[in-house]
Design a protein around this ligand. Structure first.
Ligand SMILES: [Fe+2]
Ligand SMILES: [Fe+2]
Length: 179
C-alpha cells in the first residue's frame, strides 16, 4: 500500500475537527436552551453554571475552527443533532452527563486519528479540550447525583439563587468549575 500523501493525512484531521465542531455547536444550542429553561424554573445557580459551560463549548468550537483554517479547511456551521426542548430538571443533568461522556469518548478516538496522521498539534488541542469536558462531566454528574439522592431538598436550596454570571465571564472551567 502506498503511503498516504500529506494532503490526505491533513484531510483526515480536518474531517475529525469538523465533526468535533458540529458536536460543540450542538452542545452550545442544547445548553443555551437548558439555561433559559432552568432560569424559568428559578434554579438560578444551575442556570448560571450551564450558561458558563455553553460559553466553554463556544470557545471549543472556535478553537476547532481556527485549527481547521490553519490546516486550509473550511469550518462547518451546522450542529450535529436537534436540541431537546422542555426537559425536566431531573432529566437535564443525566442527559448532559451522557453528552459529555460520549464527547470525551469520541474526542479520544479523534486524538488517535490525529496521532496516526502525524498531527501532534491537533492531538494536543483535543487533549486540552478533553480535560475541560471532563470538568463538565464531573459537574453534571455531581448535580445529577444530588437530584437523584436528595431530590426536592436539594432543589429547594437552589430555588431563587441568582442566575447572573456578571457582565463578563470566561466560562465554566476558567471560573473554577462552578465553585
Ligand atoms: Fe466542548
Ligand atoms: Fe463540555
Amino acid at each position: 500500500m502506498a503511503a498516504q500523501s500529506r494532503e490526505e493525512r491533513r484531510a483526515k484531521v480536518i474531517e475529525v475537527l469538523n465533526t468535533a465542531r458540529e458536536m460543540e455547536l450542538h452542545a452550545i444550542y442544547q445548553y443555551m436552551n437548558q439555561h433559559y429553561g432552568l432560569d424559568d424554573m428559578d434554579y438560578g445557580e444551575l442556570a448560571k453554571n450551564i450558561k458558563l459551560v455553553a460559553i466553554d463549548e463556544m470557545r471549543h468550537a472556535e478553537m476547532f475552527a481556527e485549527r481547521i483554517k490553519e490546516l486550509g479547511g473550511e469550518p462547518v456551521a451546522a450542529s450535529s443533532q436537534k436540541v431537546q426542548r422542555g426537559q425536566e430538571v431531573g432529566t437535564i443533568f443525566t442527559h448532559d452527563s451522557k453528552l459529555e461522556d460520549d464527547t470525551i469518548d469520541t474526542y479520544n478516538q479523534f486524538l488517535q486519528v490525529c496521532r496516526d496522521n502525524g498531527d501532534s498539534i491537533t492531538a494536543k488541542l483535543f487533549e486540552q479540550i478533553i480535560d475541560e469536558e471532563q470538568e463538565h462531566l464531573n459537574y453534571f454528574d455531581d448535580v445529577g447525583d444530588h437530584i437523584k439522592e436528595l431530590g426536592s431538598t436539594y432543589l429547594a436550596r437552589i430555588a431563587g439563587t441568582p442566575a447572573s454570571t456578571g457582565g463578563y465571564t470566561r466560562g465554566f472551567t476558567a471560573e473554577g468549575g462552578g465553585e
